[in-house]
Each structure stands twice: as C-alpha cells, then as structure tokens.
Design a protein around this ligand. Sequence first.
Ligand code: COA
Length: 207
Amino acid sequence: MLQWLRRLFQGPAKDATPQQAPRPEDDAPPVETPQSEVPAPPPADPMAPFLPFQIRPLEVADLNRLLGVFRDAIQVGSAGEYDQQQRDAWSRGQNYDSLISLLSEGETVVAQWDDELVGFAQRIADNINMVYVHPDSARVGIATLLYQHLEDSARVEGIPSLITHASLTALEFFRFMGFDSEGEEQADRGGVNLKRHLMRKSLGNFQ
Ligand SMILES: CC(C)(COP(=O)(O)OP(=O)(O)OC[C@H]1O[C@@H](n2cnc3c(N)ncnc32)[C@H](O)[C@@H]1OP(=O)(O)O)[C@@H](O)C(=O)NCCC(=O)NCCS
C-alpha cells in the first residue's frame, strides 16, 4: 500500500492540486485564516483528484496498444517464473488478429494512465481469462482495480463463482483477490509447456 501511495504522488494527474497544506510545526502558534481564504469542503471522494489512472471499457482505438502490453507483461513481468523459451511461446500465442478476435468475447476493461494504456483484463462468463499489466506500472493496484470491475459485473449477473487459469506470476495476485488453487496444470503453447494453476473464488451467489 505504501508503494502504491508513493507511486500515486510521484505522478499525479496533470490537473491535480495539492489537497493538504504542509504540517505546521507542533509548537507554532495557531494562524487565523480569513473567511475569504477558508478552503472549500473536500469532494465526496477525496482520492478522485489524485488517481492518475482510470478503468474503462475497451475501445477499438485501444487494440493496437494491447498487444504491446500483453508482450511486455510476459517478457518482462514473468521473467522470474518462466524461461525465455516459455515466454516466447506464451507471447507468440496471440497476434494482433487473434487478440481482436479473443477480446470480442465477454467483457474487457482497460487501465489508462494519462494517455498510456497500461493494462487490461477480460472475463468470459465465469472465467477471468486475461489480466495483463505493463511492468512499468506494476504493483500500484492496477490489476486489482481491473479485476474488481470484472468481479462486480459477475456478481450483478448472478455468477456463483469465478475461475482462472493463473500463471505462476499471477498466483499471488489471485490469492490476494480471494482465489484458492485447485491444483497445478500444464498449458501447451506451441509444444512448450507452462505451469499454471486452476483457481476458484466463490462469490456467494447461490440460487
Ligand atoms: C499478475 C499481474 C496482472 C499483477 O498486476 P499488478 O497491477 O502488478 O497487481 P496489483 O498491483 O494489483 O497487486 C495487488 C496485490 O497482488 C499481489 N501481487 C501482485 N503481483 C505480485 C507478485 N508478482 N508477487 C507477489 N504478489 C503479487 C500483492 O499482494 C499485491 O499487493 P502489494 O503490491 O500491496 O503487495 C501482473 O504482474 C502481470 O501482468 N503479470 C504478467 C502477466 C500474467 O501473468 N498475467 C496473468 C495471466 S493468468
């Protein structure tokens, strides 16, 4: 969380203005504020002016940038868990056309940071099919917000539980989101095997 806050304040939104004056010295005398300078009451969501990224539905114009996020997330973000051959096989698993075709299914949301597209996530029915965040924007909560949007819409649809086939890189992320592993799997990407986990989270929507 500290890292998240630090990152937020390193790169605030362009129109963000500081909301908090510097803390006065403890022994400094109280300063009278003239009525005309009394600050306006805070907005309903005090963090909103500081959020440098937004989560929104996928737009056609995003498609040519998604492939770069997908490939960098794998090649850089997963370097600790998969070797070069595995990462090449995984990232070659999608090209521009196949990604467009895949993302035409289900629901996809993207994360935009200023003008940059930095992440995306897709749900097809009860399956969280994709969550990819650019490594330059990792560990600031972007996947959390993307995932939360998809979980919320699944709840609205009355889906009782969500599954995912989590990469070893995403295992702890999905645990953090409340998923449990139901066991290890092997994904075949063009003849190359990659370990992953089948994971499930109950949403408690029992009908
Ligand atoms: C997995 C991935 C989507 C996480 O994205 P992210 O935006 O960095 O995740 P968040 O910042 O929302 O992380 C939330 C929490 O999840 C956990 N988490 C996320 N990534 C983690 C990692 N690499 N190792 C351990 N815990 C991790 C942490 O508890 C984190 O909270 P913290 O940063 O306060 O400790 C991203 O690393 C990624 O794109 N990886 C490569 C592609 C991939 O494997 N995608 C999933 C395919 S199934």
